[in-house]
Design a protein around this ligand. Structure first.
Ligand SMILES: Nc1nc2c(ncn2[C@@H]2O[C@H](COP(=O)(O)OP(=O)(O)O)[C@@H](O)[C@H]2O)c(=O)[nH]1
Ligand SMILES: [Mg+2]
Ligand SMILES: [Zn+2]
Length: 219
């Protein structure tokens, strides 16, 4: 897999923590994330698109799309051309609709669909992969809806936040986690509005979570 397309929409209410985790999980695996704000035709889409731009402009390419009006679909196709991509995101954001939209019709979907059984422990799950004429491969979902991150040292978390890079080195303490430390350049940037506070707050929540998992790793 080369690319993960993270789909969200005004409805269901976006789970930004899931987006954060998907981006970190992607980075851990060398996979490039693209964020698609779907249902651009719906009320509230502008607000979600703004929020996504503010939180993720340094992390991923962001596209505003609609599987109903075709808005942004050619741009998306251009970005994923020839790649192996998977769709991720909450249930009902429009992942399957996106596949249908790309294929042009439901009928084609059933005709061209190659179903690849997941022969792992979970036998009921199916990964549906379509292959387009230009070689682009799209998997309907990676089943990442309730993603738990791989266990890693908490101090590594901040390396996955591209927007912290600019401040890196300006914190007083070497190996600053931008959390309980004083004289922290990242915290300063949050206060000055240079880093989105919503994203930073979720960073802290995720940091605490990873830290407690890490501390219990031998239990
Ligand atoms: N208004 C609007 N609804 C959409 C759009 N894309 C998908 N939907 C609707 O969202 C619902 C969930 O879509 P689905 O593709 O099943 O989501 P999935 O669970 O992520 O695969 C369906 O009722 C779709 O018709 C869109 O661009 N605009
Ligand atoms: Mg689906
Ligand atoms: Zn710091």
């Amino acid at each position: 897999m080369e690319c993960i397309v993270i789909v969200l929409a005004p409805l269901p209410k976006p789970d930004m923590m899931l987006v954060d985790k998907l981006i970190i999980g992607a980075a851990e695996n060398g996979i490039v994330p693209i964020i698609c704000v779907n249902k651009a035709d719906m009320e509230g889409a502008d607000k979600v698109a703004e929020e996504v731009a503010s939180d993720y402009k340094d992390e991923a390419d962001i596209l505003v799309i609609s599987t109903q009006t075709n808005q942004g679909i050619p741009e998306l196709m251009d970005k994923i051309k020839g790649k192996y991509v998977c769709l991720a995101g909450q249930s009902a954001v429009g992942k399957s609709s996106l596949i249908n939209c790309i294929l042009g019709s439901d009928k084609q979907l059933t005709g061209d669909l190659s179903k690849k059984g997941d022969r792992g422990k979970n036998t009921t799950r199916h990964i549906e992969i379509i292959t387009l004429a230009d070689g682009t491969k799209i998997a309907d979902t990676c089943g990442f809806n309730k993603l738990e991150l791989p266990l890693f040292e908490p101090s590594r978390l901040s390396t996955y936040y591209a927007e912290f890079d600019e401040c890196a080195g300006k914190c007083k303490f070497r190996g600053c986690n931008h959390y309980k430390e004083s004289d922290c350049a990242v915290k300063r940037a949050v206060e000055e509005g240079k880093i989105a506070k919503s994203r930073y707050d979720r960073y802290i929540a995720l940091f605490s979570h990873i830290e407690s998992r890490w501390n219990r790793r031998y239990d």
